[in-house]
Write a protein that binds this ligand. Structure first.
Ligand SMILES: *Cc1c(COP(=O)(O)O)cnc(C)c1O
Length: 226
C-alpha cells in the first residue's frame, strides 16, 4: 500500500483521537467514554485499508447496499468490525440492515420499527438501536421530532421490545450545534438512555463537551469525499 496514504490516515486518526481526549478531559470526562466512529461512505478502498491498518474498528455507513459491498467480504474474512448504520433506512431494506449492522442509529418511525422487529425475529439477529431525533425540526431531514421523541421511545420499547441504547442527531448545518446537542442529551436523560451519537468533523469536540458517547467523523479522518 502507498506509504503516504498510510501515514496521512494514521496521523489524521491520531489527531482526532487526541482532540476527543482533550475535549473529554476539559469536560471532566474519561477519554475512554467516547467512541470514534469512522464514517467510511464513498471513501476509496486504499483509504479504508489504511484506516484498518491504523487500528480503527468502528465504521459508520449511510447506505445499506454500499455498506454490504464494502464490509461483507471483510466480515466474512474474519475481520473484527463494528458496523453502524447512520443514514436513513427504508423499511424494505430493514432485513439487509439487520443482517449486516451491529448498531442501527436511525430508527425514527413506527413502520420501520415494525420492519426491524420482524427482521430480527426471523434472523435471530438484534442490532443495538438508537432513535434519531430531528432536533432542528428540518423538513428534509430524517428523525422523530423532538416533541414526539418521548412517545416514540416509549412505543419502541413497549410495542416492539427494543432496548433503546442511544439517541442520535444531526444539527442543522447553518446553526450552532451546541443547543441541539444539549437538547438531545436532555431527551436521553429523561428517558433513561445512556448513549448519545452526536458530532461530525466540524463539531465533534463540541459534541464531546455536551456528552457525546460516540462521534461520527468522516472527512477529518479520511479526507474530503469526492
Ligand atoms: C457523512 C456523515 C457524517 C460524517 O460527516 P463529516 O462531516 O465528513 O465528518 C456523520 N454523520 C452522518 C449521519 C453522515 O451522514
Amino acid at each position: 500500500m502507498d506509504e503516504t496514504i498510510l501515514q496521512e490516515i494514521a496521523l489524521a486518526r491520531a489527531d482526532v483521537l487526541a482532540r476527543i481526549a482533550a475535549a473529554a478531559k476539559g469536560a471532566g470526562r474519561d477519554a475512554g467514554s467516547v467512541q470514534l466512529v469512522a464514517v467510511s461512505k464513498v471513501q476509496p478502498e486504499e483509504r479504508i485499508e489504511a484506516m484498518l491498518a491504523a487500528g480503527q474498528r468502528i465504521y459508520g455507513e449511510n447506505r445499506v447496499q454500499e455498506a454490504m459491498t464494502r464490509w461483507q467480504p471483510r466480515r466474512e474474512a474474519g475481520l473484527d468490525l463494528e458496523l453502524r448504520l447512520i443514514g436513513p433506512l427504508q423499511s424494505n431494506k430493514a432485513k439487509d440492515a439487520v443482517a449486516l449492522f451491529d448498531v442501527i442509529e436511525t430508527l425514527d418511525r413506527e413502520k420501520l420499527a415494525a420492519a426491524m422487529a420482524d427482521a430480527s425475529a426471523k434472523s435471530g439477529r438484534a442490532p443495538r438501536i438508537y432513535v434519531q431525533v430531528n432536533t432542528g425540526e428540518e423538513e428534509q431531514k430524517a428523525g422523530v421530532a423532538a416533541m414526539e421523541a418521548d412517545a416514540f421511545i416509549a412505543s419502541a420499547r413497549r410495542d416492539y421490545g427494543f432496548a433503546i441504547e442511544g439517541l442520535m442527531c444531526i444539527p442543522p448545518a447553518d446553526e450552532p450545534a451546541g443547543p441541539h446537542f444539549a437538547l438531545l442529551a436532555k431527551i436521553a436523560a429523561r428517558n433513561g438512555i445512556a448513549k448519545l451519537s452526536m458530532g461530525m468533523s466540524a463539531d465533534y469536540e463540541t459534541a464531546v463537551m455536551f456528552g457525546a458517547t460516540s462521534v461520527r467523523v468522516g472527512s477529518a479522518l479520511f479526507g474530503a469525499r469526492d
